[in-house]
Design a protein around this ligand. Structure first.
Ligand SMILES: [Fe+2]
Ligand SMILES: [Fe+2]
Length: 473
């Protein structure tokens, strides 16, 4: 069951060859995917060989194999985590029933929407990151970028498989649409806001993988609880890959902080830009931006949509089965922060309606822990500066904070004041231009790193830091 058949055109552990119709449908989608990858995937990589991990089994021990491969020859496939024996629907109105191996007819459109929205984020991030290779700070980082890119491509495959296998013609149409939307396009944008933002430099890339891929983790965890078993199993395997993406982000920002601190102490100054590194206040502004934009991905704080998909048993809470309650939430409340007058007030709302907010707060707590690990780097250098997450209401475009202006500390201010002081809190044009100015040519010599980032303490898969992670033809 779990061995992946690499002889097939599409590597898979779902016995694809036994379903000729599905196999043909996916094989006819495959060349469209490759066209999309050539057009919108990482720029200028067709001949280089990259030290990538490829999934070779869905078993927790030893699921991946490392080796140099040409990006275009990467084997994107369909891998589901092993089935859980006698799995049940663990929450909502159907709690206790056997998990569904097929889509319950009446939940079809809701489920298709959930899968489409998740699927759309995967190619979107590849598009956002497609030019970054041209200014990579090292071969090690270039390899990590490409690893994230190919795996986001595989995550698209995971969702497209579900659409093709379970949603008939509607599903096939959604799968085509996945390849026709474009991140940031005025006419055919990606579905969610944060996936239409630019990722123009490596600080933005690392913040994105630290913060926005972590939203991916929480969304996947909620979908991994689904009563629709194929979705659950797809998401569980995707989560195995996702951990590395967040590692890339957290360690990447950490190394930029480390370098800033080195230059600050060596030169006894906070004015590090003249030494060609990124100052801590700029890092804080990037953090504020990515955190607030990603917060919006969870949707409105109070939402009947979230209640519906929970009730239906389609999307659960983070670690649903570890929570000690009735998993139906009909008689439970949850306190949600509301804007009231010139401030905020916690208001008890039915727990079912607060599921978006709950998932957002689970994510926020996880982000905050990472920020504390960054603060330890700063403290280790004896520097008196702390990074902090902005207030949840800061710079929001979705939900009930979207029509108030709030400073990062959570003080409600006028929109005029926000506009006037915006550049204190969010990356200014000058910040973006400065960071971009550091992204000169790509660093392609093994073991060499751009001036603005510290080397990592160790390499990938026990290889040395100066290993040739990417070979150019
Ligand atoms: Fe992903
Ligand atoms: Fe990811």
């Amino acid at each position: 069951m779990s061995a992946i058949n690499y002889a097939d055109k599409i590597p898979n552990n779902v016995n694809l060859s036994e379903d000729r119709k599905l196999q043909r449908a996916l094989e006819s989608w495959q060349p469209h995917y490759i066209d999309w990858w050539r057009e919108m995937g990482p720029e200028g990589t067709s001949t280089s060989e990259v030290y990538l991990r490829t999934a070779i089994s869905a078993e927790p021990d030893g699921w991946a194999q490392f080796g140099h491969v040409k990006m275009e020859d990467y084997r994107w496939g369909i891998f589901l985590a092993p089935p859980e024996k006698d799995r049940k629907v663990n929450f909502g109105a159907h709690k206790g029933e056997a998990a569904w191996q097929d889509v319950p007819g009446e939940y079809r459109s809701m489920l298709r929407r959930l899968i489409t929205v998740q699927g759309d984020t995967e190619p979107a991030s590849v598009e956002q990151q497609r030019l970054l290779g041209q200014c990579c700070p090292s071969l090690y980082d270039l390899r990590n970028l490409f690893q994230v890119n190919v795996e986001e491509g595989r995550h698209l495959w995971a969702m497209v498989y579900l659409l093709h296998a379970y949603f008939g013609r509607d599903g096939r149409e959604e799968a085509e649409e996945m390849l026709s939307r474009r991140s940031g396009d005025a006419d055919k944008p990606r579905i969610l806001g944060a996936f239409n933002e630019k990722t123009a430099d490596w600080l933005a890339f690392f913040m994105f993988t630290f913060i926005t891929d972590r939203d991916g983790k929480y969304q996947l965890c909620a979908l991994a609880e689904s009563g629709f078993d194929p979705l659950s199993r797809s998401c569980r395997f995707m989560l195995t890959e996702e951990a590395h993406h967040m590692f890339v982000g957290e360690s990447g920002v950490g190394r930029i902080i480390e370098r800033a601190c080195q230059v600050m102490t060596e030169n006894r100054t906070e004015d590090v830009r003249k030494f060609g590194v990124i100052d801590l206040p700029t890092i804080q502004r990037y953090l504020n931006f990515h955190y607030s934009v990603t917060s919006d991905l969870y949707g409105a704080e109070v939402s009947t949509n979230a209640a519906t998909s929970y009730n239906m048993g389609l999307k659960g809470r983070f670690e649903e089965t570890k929570i000690g309650d009735d998993h139906q939430l009909e008689h439970t409340s949850y306190s949600v922060l509301h804007p009231v007058g010139g401030g905020f007030q916690s208001v008890e709302v039915p727990a079912l309606n607060a599921l978006n907010e709950r998932l957002r707060l689970d994510w926020a707590e996880d982000v905050a822990k990472g920020v504390e690990r960054w603060n330890k780097i700063i403290a280790k250098h004896g520097i008196d500066f702390r990074l902090a997450l902005p207030h949840l209401a800061f710079n929001r475009a979705i939900g009930h904070f979207s029509d108030i202006a709030v400073d990062p500390q959570g003080k409600v201010i006028s929109t005029e004041e926000f506009a006037r002081r915006r550049d204190e809190w969010l990356p200014s044009q000058a910040d973006l231009a400065y960071v971009l100015s550091l992204m000169g040519g790509a660093v392609h010599k093994p073991g060499q790193f751009a001036n603005w980032i510290a080397p990592p303490p160790r390499g990938i898969n026990n290889q040395a830091v100066d290993f040739e992670y990417v070979r150019f033809a």
